[in-house]
Design a protein around this ligand. Structure first.
Ligand SMILES: C[S@@+](CC[C@H](N)C(=O)[O-])C[C@H]1O[C@@H](n2cnc3c(N)ncnc32)[C@H](O)[C@@H]1O
Length: 261
């Protein structure tokens, strides 16, 4: 059982997922909480396919700049294409625990659904702290997968699927310790907001709907479940969806914190 691989196939999936209604809502929440302004220098750690980078460029304008860092070359290729033509953006292929950026440079640093995949979270947080100027703000967003509430008829099979899904990342419940970890990394004014993504419709625009095929594929290919059982689980969910009985909810957490002035 292994962590999700952010390769070309997943990039294509995420490109679709990140255009859905709930992920658009998430980006809006992130933009509001980050409070970036024209002229800001923004660092996006684990920038993925570059949706945030592209939107931040609109906010900071020509006077500002954006740097995207990601460990996946496939992700960075898509991100670079998205912002083609801008000369105030840079990308680096690097690990979140070793950011190739100078000290005290950025006004804002953002890291959305990345640290839950990073083994050494304390080092990654210290790196974001180092990169921010005094008074600069960090935003860290992660999912607590223990909050998933997913209606099922075969509850035992669903419990098994969710236990396997916990292996798709390193820290299934990272938000539970993030406030303390941010303070330990040197941040102050640590705040947290919880956002629930819930749906009673099995549609790709809802987080739960878009997650279903991803979970089905993961448990069959990497999770250790047979194709047959994975399909039986997903078919039950599709049946619930077509009868109007689908229910999914998960809570995601947005932390903001400041580097002392
Ligand atoms: C779920 S995606 C989120 C992408 C983007 N932040 C967003 O929300 O649109 C996770 C991203 O983190 C990147 N990632 C995972 N581990 C990383 C690490 N150790 N250092 C840098 N990036 C990493 C992956 O390559 C992937 O692009």
């Amino acid at each position: 059982m292994g962590q999700l691989e952010f390769d070309r196939r997943l990039v294509e999936r995420l490109e679709r997922l990140y255009r859905t209604r709930d992920v658009l809502r998430r980006r809006e929440l992130v933009r509001d909480a980050l409070g970036a302004r024209p002229g800001d220098r923004i660092l996006d750690v684990g920038c993925g396919p570059g949706f945030y980078v592209s939107e931040f460029l609109e906010v900071v304008g020509r006077e500002g700049s954006v740097v995207g860092v990601d460990i996946s070359a496939d992700m960075l290729a898509v991100a670079a294409k998205r912002v083609d033509g801008h000369d105030n953006v840079e990308f680096h292929e690097a690990d979140a625990t070793s950011l190739p950026v100078p000290d005290a440079t950025f006004d804002r640093a953002v890291c959305v659904q990345v640290l839950e995949y990073v083994r050494d979270v304390p080092t990654a947080l210290r790196e974001m702290h180092r990169a921010l100027r005094p008074g600069g703000r960090a935003l860290v967003w992660d999912v607590d997968w223990a909050t998933v509430s997913w209606h099922a008829i075969d509850r035992q099979l669903t419990r098994m699927v969710l236990a396997m899904w916990d292996n798709h990342l390193t820290h299934p419940s990272l938000p539970q310790t993030l406030a303390a970890q941010l303070r330990n990394a040197g941040f102050e004014d640590v705040r947290m907001d919880a956002h629930t993504f819930a749906t009673t419709e099995l549609i790709p625009d809802a987080y739960g709907g878009s997650l279903l095929p991803l979970v089905e594929q993961y448990v069959a290919e990497q999770g250790g479940m047979s194709q047959q059982d994975a399909k039986a689980w997903a078919d039950e969910q599709r049946g619930l969806g077509s009868r109007g009985e689908f229910f999914f909810a998960v809570t995601q957490f947005c932390f903001t914190a400041t580097r002392r002035s």
